[in-house]
Design a protein around this ligand. Structure first.
Ligand SMILES: [Zn+2]
Length: 114
């Protein structure tokens, strides 16, 4: 992901949608996605909530600020922009994901010994 501001907007937008749908929080979308709301303010607002989705999006924002956004946690290569646009909380590249999914045996494939 090259454009940090654009990525930030995507993440903030997802966070906004989530807050609105889940908690009915009625903030102005522009305030939210244009970054008028500072991360510090946002942090204070969200501090009392325990919500996995918020945590995911929040840590994506922190990774973005730290310059670690979009790197695969396993092989450290860049995750493709297409995948990140779909899911900015993604932390694994498609190659590593494929390896993981091959490693786990689906339940229906397990048969009882005859
Ligand atoms: Zn990887």
């Amino acid at each position: 992901m090259k454009n940090k501001r654009a990525v930030k907007r995507v993440i903030l937008y997802k966070l906004y949608e989530h807050l609105q749908e889940t908690y009915g929080i009625d903030w102005s979308r522009d305030t939210f996605t244009n970054g008028t709301l500072t991360l510090h303010q946002l942090d204070a607002l969200l501090a009392f909530k325990h919500d996995g989705m918020i945590d995911e999006l929040w840590s994506a924002l922190k990774r973005l600020d730290a310059g670690e956004f979009g790197l695969c946690i396993r092989c450290k290569k860049e995750v493709s922009d297409v995948l990140l646009e779909k899911d900015p909380t993604r932390r694994i590249c498609s190659e590593c994901e494929a390896e993981f999914s091959h490693a786990s045996v689906p339940l229906h494939a397990v048969s009882m010994p005859a």
